[in-house]
Design a protein around this ligand. Structure first.
Ligand code: NPQ
Ligand code: MG
Length: 372
C-alpha cells in the first residue's frame, strides 16, 4: 500500500441529545478523522478519543499530536506499508490505542479498497446484519428515562443499556422492569463509578435479571471485579479494563468477567479487536461490540466487527439517528432491530463531501515523504 499524504481532519458534530454518563455530560463530539491518500486508493479512519481524558487517558488533541510526532513518522519510515504491520510497528510507542487504531483503520480501508475486499469479509464476518442495542444516558428523572426507553423500544432496539452511577442505579432499573417487563434485554454500565465498598448496593441489582453489569470499578481493578463477581449474581462485563487480547485472557482467567465489551479503539485497532474476540471465544466468553458515538465511518467498521461469530449479544451499534441529525455517511437505519453489514470495498462507506465540508473545523495536511 503506497501512501502520498495524510490529512488529519477535525470535525464538530452536535449530538441530537446530550449524553450523560458517570463521568460527565457531552453535548457534541469533536472527532479526529485520519484520511490516508495514495495513488491507487484512499482510506478513512475515525479516532474515538473524546475531547477530555474522562473515559480513558486519551483525548483528541493528544491523539492528533502523537499521530503527527510519533506514530505517522514511524510508518512513513518503512520501505513499504501494510495494515497488518501497523500494530506491531507502532507497539514501541507506549499506550495511545485510540490514535493507533484510527491510523490502522485508515490503512486497512485503503488497502482493502484497492483489493476490492470488504472489512467484514477480511475480519471473518458470518452475518450480513447485526443485532443492535442502545445506550441510554443518566436522565433527569425516572419519567423522563421511561419515555426515552419507550421511544427506543418502539424504534426496535433489541437491548437496553442504562448508564448508572451511585444514586442512579436500583431505582431506574426497577422502574424500567416494572414498566416494560421481564422480557426486555436489559443491562447497566457504570463507567468505573463504584468500588468494592459498594458490593452490597450492587447486589441489590440481582433480582432484576440483568444481562450484565459493565465496568463497575476502576480500569486496573481486576481483583475487585473478581471479588464482586463472586458476591453478586449479575454477570460482570469489562469495558475499560480490556486493553488487549492478553488483558482479556488475564481478566477471564482471574474470574474478573464473564462477558467482554469489545471496542477497537480501546485495544489499538480492529485487528487486535479480532484477537480479543478469538481469545474470548476460546474461553467460552460471549462478547458484544461497544460504541463511542462514532460517525458512519466508525459505525461501519464496528458493524463489520460485530458480524463475527462470537458477538452473540446485541451491541451498542445503534443507528445513525440515535446520535446525529445528519451523519457523515449514508445513514445506518435500523431494520427489525438490526443494521446491515456494509459489503462494499474497505469499510464500505465514504463521507458525504457536502456534510464533511460543513462539519470540518480544521485540516492538517502532511506529506508522507516529509514525515519519515
Ligand atoms: C461505554 N459508550 O460503553 C461508552 C462510553 C462513552 C455508547 O455507552 C461522548 C462520546 C460521550 C463518547 C460517553 C456508550 C461518551 C462517549 C461515554 C463514550 O462506556
Ligand atoms: Mg462502557
Amino acid at each position: 500500500m503506497k501512501i502520498e499524504s495524510v490529512e488529519l481532519v477535525r470535525i464538530a458534530m452536535p449530538l441530537v441529545a446530550p449524553f450523560r454518563t458517570s463521568f460527565g455530560t457531552q453535548f457534541e463530539r469533536d472527532i479526529l478523522l485520519v484520511h490516508v491518500i495514495g495513488p491507487e486508493a484512499e482510506g478513512w479512519g475515525e479516532c474515538v478519543a473524546l475531547a477530555d481524558p474522562l473515559y480513558s487517558h486519551e483525548y483528541v488533541d493528544g491523539a492528533q499530536a502523537i499521530m503527527k510526532s510519533f506514530l505517522l513518522p514511524r510508518l512513513a519510515a518503512l520501505p513499504a506499508l501494510s495494515a497488518q504491520q501497523v500494530g506491531q510497528v507502532l507497539s514501541v510507542v507506549k499506550g495511545n490505542p485510540m490514535a493507533k487504531a484510527a491510523i490502522e483503520m485508515a490503512v486497512l480501508d485503503a488497502e482493502l479498497s484497492a483489493m476490492g475486499a470488504s472489512l467484514a469479509s477480511h475480519l471473518g464476518a458470518v452475518r450480513d446484519s447485526v443485532a443492535c442495542g442502545v445506550s441510554i444516558g443518566i436522565a433527569g428523572s425516572i419519567p423522563e428515562l421511561l419515555d426515552t426507553v419507550a421511544a427506543h423500544l418502539e424504534e426496535g432496539y433489541l437491548r437496553i443499556k442504562l448508564k448508572i452511577e451511585p444514586g442512579w442505579d436500583i431505582e431506574p432499573v426497577r422502574a424500567v422492569r416494572e414498566r416494560f417487563g421481564d422480557g426486555v434485554l436489559l443491562q447497566v454500565d457504570a463507567n468505573c463509578a463504584y468500588s468494592i465498598a459498594d458490593a452490597r448496593q450492587l447486589a441489590r441489582l440481582d433480582p432484576f435479571d440483568l444481562l450484565l453489569i459493565e465496568q463497575p470499578f476502576e480500569e486496573d481493578d481486576l481483583a475487585g471485579h473478581a471479588a464482586l463477581a463472586r458476591l453478586i449474581q449479575t454477570p460482570v462485563c469489562l469495558d475499560e479494563s480490556i486493553t488487549s487480547a492478553r488483558a482479556a485472557a488475564d481478566a477471564i482467567v482471574r474470574g474478573a468477567c464473564s462477558v467482554v465489551n469489545i471496542k477497537a479503539g480501546r485495544v489499538g485497532g480492529y485487528l487486535e479487536a479480532r484477537r480479543v474476540h478469538d481469545v474470548c471465544a476460546a474461553h467460552g466468553v460471549a462478547v458484544w461490540c461497544g460504541g463511542m458515538l462514532e460517525t458512519g465511518l466508525g459505525r461501519a467498521a464496528n458493524v463489520a466487527l460485530a458480524a463475527l461469530p462470537n458477538f452473540t449479544l446485541p451491541g451498542d451499534t445503534s443507528a445513525s439517528d440515535r446520535y446525529w441529525r445528519q451523519d457523515l455517511t449514508a445513514p445506518f437505519v435500523l431494520d427489525g432491530g438490526h443494521l446491515a453489514v456494509p459489503q462494499g470495498p474497505g469499510i464500505g462507506v465514504r463521507p458525504d463531501p457536502d456534510v464533511l465540508a460543513e462539519v470540518t473545523t480544521s485540516v492538517e495536511k502532511l506529506a508522507w515523504s516529509e514525515l519519515g
